[in-house]
Design a protein around this ligand. Sequence first.
Ligand code: CTP
Length: 426
Amino acid sequence: MTNQAIDTAGAEALELAGRHIVLGLSGGIACYKSAELCRALVKAGATVQVVMTEAAGQFITPVTMQALSGRPVYSSQWDDRAPNTMAHINLSREADAVLIAPCSADFIAKLVQGRADELLSLMCLARPIGQVPLLVAPAMNREMYAHPATQRNLAQLQADGTTVLGVGSGFQACGETGDGRMLEPEELLEDMIAFFTPKRLVGQRVLVTAGPTYEAIDPVRGITNLSSGKMGFAIARAAREAGAEVTLVAGPVSLPTPRGVARIDVKSASNMLGAVAKRSQSATVFIATAAVADWRPAAPSSQKIKKDGSGQTPELAFTENTDILAMVAQSPAARRGQLFCVGFAAESHDLLANAQAKRLRKNVPLLVGNIGPDTFGQDHNALLLIDAQGTVEMPWASKLSLARQLVREIAARLAACAPQIQGTTA
Ligand code: CTP
């Protein structure tokens, strides 16, 4: 990678550059995660102003939060650092968003009631509701979370326009296991980035295939390839950030599922075909990034093939796998223009010529070419988009950055072929 490419990749990571976030902490053990969250937001380019309740101060010190945010923390409405003594007004007027993490059951109830007896709740009430969005990351014991009062309050918060970011599930500080953990800092960062992303694909149902497939020879051996799945996972994430409902059909990879994406794990090309055939019927966009095996062993053995001592090697006969992309591209919905199909071409040479030929052979409106050996397993790639109008080059960059650019290109093409491919929120 060239220095220029490294610089570009570094700059790309500042997804929250120019955003000013008020990070509110209410009282809960999850405050220990807020330190990491603050750091992650700052690292992503945001400026962060921390506001803490008195209860939050029992769990983490303002000194820690000041050091990580690089700004003095506010925790009292009587703070005389604000010249007009109106911290609740000043803090909320500067913000692009207010994120309460952790948001305790008590603080949720306060928000619902519109109480204003300390700085954080006062500031939430005083914020210009149409300009400064409020997001909350609940954190509490599983019984408190499941309690009808909390669920009722969360529903009311949403009805009032607050974004409730959901909870994690698992071992809790109290020793119990269940729903109610605050989401991890990385998850909250992903949600914040998605929150600020323009919703170009809202109403679209996007189906993505990713990763390699595994074709069994016998119960312990098989044929696969070097695809890491990173490009497809990045595309699934970018499509979700852009507001689409995303389903990701993934071959055998060990990547984490992007937030808010429905994932179906498959092993073989036949499994992938089955998963796609079913779901492509309700999709409006199909993006085939998977490196699907072209062939599978014709007669996989149900038992491990053993050496018999003769020195003879086993003979493997192959059967061709169905071309999933070509099949979907021929479906009635795709032919009617209601399902926009995007193919990938992993080539080793003559990228333009091979990819152009592949686009026509697979009969897809958009084909994305890349040099497979340069990018398999890497976090970076370079893409060449080919459609009937010509080509668009996307130079070497992180796969996530390329995925976001690709989503913009797809959204522009969907807008151009409206009204056929109209997203519906149904
Ligand atoms: N693809 C598919 N099903 C297959 C083979 C390929 O859906 N059985 C899709 C891939 O996901 C990709 C596109 O077709 O979007 C091109 O895949 P690629 O492996 O580059 O091309 P092939 O069709 O396999 O052609 P070749 O290997 O000869 O280059």
